[in-house]
Write a protein that binds this ligand. Structure first.
Ligand SMILES: C[S@@+](CC[C@H](N)C(=O)[O-])C[C@H]1O[C@@H](n2cnc3c(N)ncnc32)[C@H](O)[C@@H]1O
Length: 409
């Protein structure tokens, strides 16, 4: 007999879970997400369930199941590893006309839990009679929805306004799930040079893509014009994705775009991204902090050099400290930067790593010292985009790569 699929709205409704093992550990978080009032009955529970009980997220009766436990429940989950207990729970639920899911015996279970998941606002539930098959189909659907390969862009609930999306440092696999979903729903995409541009190829042919890249020391669309373009398209009823490199609020002028949209009365959302300031060093095995080596790291924009009247960076403090320095937009200014750090106290032998095109197939790293980095950058012909990391953590990357050479996959 075919089951009848329902979406249960459990907010504030009692759900009794009997048994505190692996099955309950998987089911209870989803019940809590649905707002259920969970009563867990079990003499022992896993650490994560104990943690939920300690945080008052669930009520835990630390004892075996007993008659009467199902009273007042809307749903019961029999999840113990003892079939006779599960049978007794199911029988009591049946008698009280409460739906019961038996984890150990699908045939004897009144209700089945579908393989379920969420992609944005879409809930997916799959029942196929074989839980593994259901889970595989669920995963395929979720992957398609999350990647934007399965989409109903013109369906009900078409979005409006602007989404400012952090695309991560360049590798298309490093955008967030939410960023990718919103990108897939966009009617218009304004993209940057440093955004994961290979994702643009996956957009439908009718999506308008506008390149608003700012080339360092080269051509650039003025920020005011970018803001005006976002607003113009959103006002025309199109859903606009502003795809940016890294995180939109890290030297990305994302907040300016948010403010401009809001001032124009346009609804706006922001999606955080993996910033290149951390993601690029990590991709080159450089940890920006490491126990016993660096307790602090400082992310610095060097779009204007030390000593420039427009600079607000305190090079004296950075030179005098011992924390990791992560320098963005620093390739052209590495000479004056190294000089300022040396002048203010950093050792000439301080290790430096320069990572260009981080996370992309063209990623390239050169290692040097503070004293010699300018020459190395020029000699190797390093061009932006690059992250320059200054500090002893660079030595940890050397240790990792050395060990990597001895480990075979
Ligand atoms: C205008 S800032 C934007 C930063 C961005 N919002 C972020 O969070 O990563 C541009 C600078 O970020 C750094 N950058 C961005 N992507 C990079 C990448 N894939 N590899 C190396 N550096 C990168 C470079 O220093 C580049 O000059």
């Amino acid at each position: 007999m075919d089951p009848y699929l329902l979406g249960l709205r459990l907010r504030g409704r009692r759900v009794v879970v009997v048994g505190g093992g692996a099955v309950a550990t998987r089911r209870i978080p989803a019940l809590l997400d649905a707002g259920a009032d969970v009563l867990l009955v079990s003499p022992g529970v896993t650490a994560s369930l104990e943690d939920l009980a300690a945080a008052d997220r669930i009520r835990w009766e630390e004892r075996p199941y007993q008659d009467g436990d199902c009273a007042g429940a809307w749903l019961v989950c029999a999840c113990t590893d003892r079939p006779e207990v599960n049978a007794a729970v199911a029988a009591a639920a049946e008698e009280q006309r409460i739906w019961c899911v038996r984890a150990d015996d699908a045939e004897a279970s009144a209700a089945w839990t579908p393989a379920s998941g969420r992609a944005g606002e879409v809930r997916v539930g799959v029942l196929s009679g074989d839980p593994r098959h259901s889970a595989a189909i669920r995963d395929a659907i979720l992957t398609g929805l999350r990647s934007g390969q399965l989409t109903a862009r013109h369906g009900r609930g078409h979005r409006s306004g602007v989404a400012i999306i952090g695309g991560g440092p360049g590798d298309p696999g490093l955008i967030t799930v939410r960023g990718r979903q919103l990108l897939a729903e966009a009617d218009v995409v304004l993209t940057d040079r440093l955004a994961p541009r290979s994702l643009l190829d996956e957009l439908s042919a009718d999506v308008e893509v506008i390149d608003v890249s700012k080339i360092p020391y080269g051509r650039a669309m003025a920020q005011e014009q970018i803001n005006a373009t976002l607003i113009e398209h959103a006002k025309a009823g199109r859903f606009v994705a502003r795809l940016k490199g890294g995180d939109p609020f890290v030297f990305g002028r994302g907040a300016e775009e948010v403010l401009a949209c809001l001032r124009a009365g346009i609804p706006v959302t922001v999606v955080p991204g993996v910033t290149s300031a951390v993601g690029v060093p990590t991709s080159a095995w450089v940890p920006v902090t490491h126990r016993g080596v660096a307790q602090d790291f400082h992310v610095v924009s060097v779009h204007v050099p030390p000593g420039d009247a427009r600079s607000t960076v305190d090079w004296e403090v950075l030179g005098g400290g011992s924390g990791t320095l992560v320098l963005l937009m620093a390739v052209e200014q590495i000479g004056p930067v190294a000089a300022a750090l040396l002048r203010n106290g950093r050792s000439p032998n301080t290790p430096v790593s320069v990572i260009a095109n981080g996370t992309l197939p063209t990623q390239r790293t050169i290692n040097s010292t503070l004293e010699q980095v300018e020459g190395a950058v020029r000699q190797e012909g390093i061009r932006p985009p690059a992250i320059i990391v200054v500090g002893d953590v660079v030595g940890v990357a050397a240790e990792i790569t050395e060990l990597m050479g001895h480990v075979t996959a």
